[in-house]
Design a protein around this ligand. Sequence first.
Ligand code: SAM
Length: 285
Amino acid sequence: MTHHNPGTLYVVATPIGNLEDLTPRAARVLAEVSRIAAEDTRHSGRLLGHLGVNKPMISLHDHNEARRVDILDAYLEAGEDIALISDAGTPLISDPGFVLVRELRARGRKVVPLPGPCALITALSGAGLPTDRFTFGGFLPAKPGARRQVLEQWLAREETLVFYESPHRIVHTLEALREQMPERTVVLARELTKTFETFLQGSADELLDLLAGDPNQARGEFVVIVAGAPKVAQGDHQAVHADELLKTLLAEGVGVKQGAAIAARMLGGRKQEWYARLQAMKGEH
Ligand code: SAM
């Protein structure tokens, strides 16, 4: 039997530290829904307690998300509105919820997102690195080999790179950046919206020195932002346009390794970066 007024799933962003960042709309929706699905019900219980909201809660995390879909769908079918929240920030952004939203949309359910805090956007909006285009990498792989591979794939990207990192790995990640992208500007956005919010900027090497000198700076939550690969000066008619040169080299059958050496000589920059760019170009053809 189909219910005539099925409920709505509200995807609700919650604070990433500062409780004042919860929007009035989020507070109202959390107070109005019948049920709240949360990544960690105990953790979210504290936020709801602060709001004076006392609702039946159901856990939804990476390990049970697929199984939760039918249960939550049945509540919606029965006309209940449900809010989905995560431990902090916007659900689905390096947090559970994607499977639920995909499945409920496939079943024709109404899904309404409520915008609000998100660490990566907060970090970008305060870092002072270009924001017109960026790549968000989520969490880098924990294993050094896989992490190195991701950074290698990113070497030629000209847009700003953003990723999440845990305090246990921040030093390792900076070491990998020092090795693979030593000349790039890196911004560590730490403890955003909280008492000890800090933005540290420098090369990976400089930041490692800073962290070694003040271990407090290695604590807490981080967003890492890395400047994109340097753009080759444009508009200067004397300068060889980088892409033109690279294309010509490939068209003339010059190997990627040799091509990278030629590009580095003619245009400056590091061989490794030209290598990655040539590899990427070669892949496109
Ligand atoms: N859904 C969240 C969002 O919208 O930002 C992200 C969840 S993810 C599991 C947690 C990661 O986000 C942390 O490891 C850290 O990299 C980043 N993060 C969350 N809160 C932060 C904060 N207050 N300051 C800096 N980074 C934060």
